[in-house]
Design a protein. Structure first.
Length: 269
């Protein structure tokens, strides 16, 4: 197994995103190590020593994805025995040539708090928590989107990710066995039909998830899961509610697909 480092004098989120996106194209297993806030020469040299020792021990150079504002720190990491990739410098050089403007580097600028951005996201997270799992239906007028689907189909994590990453107010409501037996969506959901987006899931995966929650129950049986998934998809089609099978997608991918299909956009700050 190869080792991949993600290093930065900030949060290392940018290095992780670029690094993971690149490595995802290769059918190789990696031991991922994220090292944020490497802000001093001493810390950079310590990281270099770690990389060098690992390269010598394993006989294979680690892959090192990094973003530094301070070029001195970049030089230290680049001099390690790892195979180093500096995405930020490479991209900024291309943009500099196009814009004919020199970059003005500033530590933590990428993921620092912008007051309006922060307020939007925190407000959206609070909304998602207050309107999770059908706990509160009186504030649906405020929702940007309402996720619906059977229990354990991925509604809650998707709602929270939409809130935290995009500042989108996402409520979610579980379609219950009673709703399915009636063959219709609850009236209060139909009133917000334009905001509805369905999540479905393969019955086998749903049963596996539910077994962890309530093992050997009717709720977790493959038969029950097949019935619920089949009937909820019929409901979505009946009401022309757009929906997505979440089985093979990460929460990041689910959220991006919902935003694209529902015509939502990140709140402007």
């Amino acid at each position: 197994m190869r080792t991949a480092f993600y290093i930065s004098d900030g949060t290392a989120i940018t290095a992780e995103v670029f690094g993971h996106a690149t490595l995802s194209m290769f059918p190789v297993e990696f031991d991922h190590k994220t090292l944020p806030f490497i802000e001093t020469v001493e810390k950079a040299n310590a990281v270099k020593s770690t990389i060098d020792k690992l390269a010598e021990k394993s006989g294979e150079p680690p892959l090192v994805f990094f973003t530094f504002v301070n070029p001195e720190l970049s030089d230290i990491i680049s001099s390690s025995k790892g195979v180093c990739y500096d995405f930020l410098s490479y991209a900024s050089e291309i943009v500099k040539r196009e814009l004919k403007v020199k970059p003005v580097p500033k530590v933590h600028r990428t993921h620092s708090i912008h007051e309006k951005t922060y307020d939007f996201r925190i407000s959206a997270v609070n909304y998602a928590l207050a309107n999770d799992d059908g706990a509160n239906i009186k504030d649906y007028d405020e929702a940007d989107i309402i996720l619906v689907g059977v229990s354990r189909s991925g509604k809650t994590p998707t709602s929270l990710y939409l809130a935290l990453q995009y500042g989108i107010k996402a409520a979610n409501y579980p379609i219950t066995e009673d709703d399915l037996e009636k063959g219709n969506l609850p009236k209060f959901l139909i009133e917000h039909k334009s905001k509805l987006f369905g999540l479905t899931i393969d019955p086998e995966r749903l049963a596996s998830i539910r077994q962890e929650r309530m093992a050997n129950s009717k709720y977790a049986s493959i038969r029950q899961c097949r019935i619920e998934v089949r009937e909820v998809e019929m409901l979505f089609k009946k009401h022309r509610t757009p929906y997505l099978n979440s089985t093979k997608f990460s929460v990041e991918e689910i959220s991006a697909k919902i935003i694209a299909e529902a015509g939502l956009s990140r709140h402007k700050y």
